[in-house]
Design a protein around this ligand. Structure first.
Ligand SMILES: [Zn+2]
Length: 415
């Protein structure tokens, strides 16, 4: 049973049947899945959802798949952690962290990939491919392994080792390109035209992107069926940001929550901040940049959904900010030291931007704020090199321990 109606162009509104296609033949606008919300509203209740397994698929009526068979590794329904220490440190009333570090391949990408691979199988594809900044490569390789299909994943050649090995362990064909993510994406668009492969974030992108909505559904359910007052979301292509906004609005459309008054705030690293820069300049014209940041998972210089992310900021009364690489490292450490969560560089960007927005008075101190922590820090350990206290290294004697320990204590307590 499916509740999808078809695809429609986000620019000119022309409608298309469900197919592995992503761009309007008339105006080249991006295509998006449409649903029969009346039928979903009649079928989907809070009780019905509560009776299902705690994964992202408990909201399946709101996802663009036909059958009951889905490709998944128990993704989603990740913890919404009450962050009292960090809230106190930042001086805000209530902060919760949506911790997607704990998904099967340790990032939110499992949500989009689970939908994309399920849809790719429905379309009859035998090869699953992607252009990736790292997290996606790992997730595509894992889901293809789960589905028994071939994976061909393309990455920039300068990625963190944790992401390279994290993908390779699933035995995909891994292609490392000497260039930026935007170069990788351009090449993959050409390959997608020439080969009958399901590129999850190219020709299957309209379905893939819908998976991100589950972050909004879960947040609302975990808050007792209400949308938060403010959210902070990292932005690369801007897709995640727009889909979280769409997700809250859909829940209202089908009668599961009141219309959201959530203010949507986006986070980018200064070394790749085309969307935050456009916001600061009060323009909807996103100017592509050449990325130069250690937040590689956010290093998309030409963001496909940048315009729509800016629209969501305008509609919701939100905003955006960017932080330096030094600030994002401080963000990683602040999150770890206050809440015991080790986020990747993107999470450091999110926390550092949250801090900046609060200090600037742009994000209200009152109300409930949710920050999205989208990937695990063990994948980007290189970023922390030289930024943490060294281990105390000693021979195995009590005297050596006591001498070194006393020295460390003296170093930590200023005279
Ligand atoms: Zn169009």
């Amino acid at each position: 049973m499916t509740y999808t109606r078809g695809l429609h162009c986000r620019e000119c509104g022309r409608e298309y049947p469900i197919a592995p296609t992503y761009v309007c033949a008339f105006c080249f606008g991006p295509l998006e899945v449409t649903y029969d919300y009346d039928a979903i509203g009649a079928a989907l209740t809070r009780e019905r959802i509560a009776g299902r397994r705690p994964t992202m698929w408990r909201y399946r009526e709101l996802l663009p798949v036909d059958g009951d068979e889905v490709v998944e590794i128990n993704t989603g329904f990740t913890p919404l952690v009450e962050a009292t220490n960090l809230a106190r440190r930042l001086g805000i009333e209530r902060l919760l962290l949506k911790n997607d570090c704990v998904n099967p391949t340790y990032s939110f990408k499992d949500r989009v990939v689970s939908v994309a691979v399920t849809k790719a199988l429905e379309f009859g594809f035998e090869t699953i491919a992607c252009a990736s900044t790292g997290n996606l490569a790992m997730s595509v390789a894992a889901h293809a392994a789960r589905a028994g299909k071939r994976a061909v994943v393309f990455i920039p050649s300068d990625l963190e080792l944790g992401k390279v090995y994290g993908a390779l362990v699933f035995n995909p064909i891994l292609v490392a390109i000497d260039g930026t993510y935007d170069d990788v994406n351009r090449l993959c668009t050409e390959i997608a035209d020439a080969y009958r492969w399901a590129f999850v974030n190219i020709n299957v992108r309209p379905y893939y992107a819908e998976g991100s909505k589950t972050l909004a559904y879960e947040t609302a359910e975990q808050l007792g069926w209400r949308a938060p007052d403010n959210v902070v979301v990292p932005m690369a292509s801007g897709s995640l940001f727009t889909k979280i906004w769409k997700g809250f609005n859909e829940l209202a459309k089908v009668g599961l929550i009141d219309p959201p008054k959530t203010r949507m705030f986006g986070a980018q690293p200064e070394g790749c901040s085309p969307i935050a820069t456009a916001y600061a300049k009060k323009t909807f014209a996103v100017r592509p940049v050449r990325p130069n940041t250690i937040a590689k998972s956010l290093a998309i210089g030409n963001p496909a959904d940048g315009y729509y992310a800016l629209k969501a900021m305008e509609e919701s009364g939100g905003g955006a900010a960017a932080v330096s690489d030094e600030e994002l490292i401080e963000g990683i450490k602040l999150l770890a030291e206050t809440e015991g969560i080790f986020a990747e560089t993107a999470g450091g960007v999110t926390i550092a931007v949250l801090k900046k927005l609060v200090e600037r008075g742009e994000l209200p101190r009152h109300g409930t704020t949710v920050a999205y922590i989208t990937g695990n820090g063990l994948k980007t350990m290189e970023a922390l090199e030289g930024h943490l206290a060294d281990a105390i290294r000693i021979p195995p004697t009590l005297a050596a321990f006591e001498a070194a320990f006393a020295a460390r204590e003296r170093a930590l307590v200023p005279a």
